[in-house]
Design a protein around this ligand. Structure first.
Ligand SMILES: [Zn+2]
Ligand SMILES: [Zn+2]
Length: 303
């Protein structure tokens, strides 16, 4: 799909940091390495080629994430496997991620309401799309074929040293074809479209694509050291953001202290959390506790 922008500021928003388009991953040395290993043709080299190919798929997906990390925190990704990770990015950060995108910008100044003819646009670059399901399938197949030892069927079965060499080679060749296609891209983008931003209490600016923002959506601050979560609320003409907190009364002065919701959610069951009261500075301790409750009746469960 081609995206043409006569107004350059739209594109600038996605390319504000030079490393966002110059720092993309270079797949050619990786592809060469994999092919050299395949050419060696031993059980060991072919197994190693499968590992390199699997890592290459991860690198491709993680690089797409890195380019878009301003728009989502690591805490919110929940998944690290390439397929599900890309699906989260498509849903929350960049709906075009799976598609090949050619970006063109207008040569001259933009005039409102006027769409310049095709020849007045110059191509900026291409990002190659890929199907996250196919990437996930390849990634799983490589490990099934090459990176695990086959479990014996019964007592008479043997435990082989390596997987089936021919099957591994065929799969690696398939993945290399996929990598070559992706390597044709000349640029990578963080997505396009108007953004909504707000500054977290920690000072970090958080951005989201307006089109993908949902009413009531939780947004973890992108600062990895910050535990604050915000809730997006659709308002007239845009979005507002409110902090998601859990109130706990101070043990000493009973003042309600609003702590970031994730402060408690990230605590393990055997862990203590502490906070100093905002009012009297008393040090409070908290812990998850199992509580016995009355049986839940069918009617109560429905409510
Ligand atoms: Zn923050
Ligand atoms: Zn207090």
């Amino acid at each position: 799909m081609a995206m043409s922008f006569s107004d350059r500021s739209v594109v600038r928003d996605s390319l504000h940091d030079p490393c966002q388009y110059f720092g993309m991953i270079d797949l050619s040395p990786i592809i060469e390495r994999i092919e050299a290993l395949l050419n060696e043709g031993t059980d060991q080299s072919v197994t190693f080629a499968a590992l390199e190919a699997r890592m290459a798929l991860e690198k491709v997906c993680y690089d797409r994430l890195r380019q878009r990390h301003d728009y989502i925190s690591q805490a919110q990704l929940r998944k690290w496997q390439p397929g599900p990770l890309i699906n989260i990015l498509i849903k929350d950060v960049d709906q075009h991620l799976g598609q090949t995108v050619v970006v063109k910008i207008g040569k001259g100044e933009a005039v409102e309401g006027v769409t310049p003819p095709d020849e007045d646009f110059v191509e900026l670059g291409t990002e190659m799309g890929f199907d996250p399901r196919r990437i996930a399938k390849h990634w799983n197949a490589l490990s099934n074929l090459a990176l695990h030892v086959r479990i014996p069927k019964d007592r008479k079965d043997s435990v082989p040293d390596y997987g089936d060499k021919i099957a591994i080679m065929n799969k690696v060749v398939e993945v290399v074809t996929e990598l070559r296609k992706i390597a044709k891209g000349t640029m990578t983008f963080s997505g396009f479209g108007p953004t909504v931003s707000f500054v977290c209490k920690c000072g970090e600016t958080n951005k989201r694509r307006e089109k993908l923002l949902r009413d009531g959506q939780y947004i973890h601050c992108i600062n990895a050291d910050c535990k604050i979560t915000w809730k997006a609320a659709k308002e007239d003409g845009g979005f507002g953001f409110e902090e998601v907190t859990t109130p706990v009364n101070c043990e000493s002065c009973k003042t309600e202290n609003h702590m970031p919701w994730r402060f408690y959610m990230d605590m393990k069951y055997d862990q203590y959390g502490t906070f100093s009261c905002l009012q009297c500075r008393h040090k409070n301790y908290v812990q998850w506790r199992l509580t016995q409750v009355a049986p839940i009746t069918r009617d109560a469960a429905k409510e």
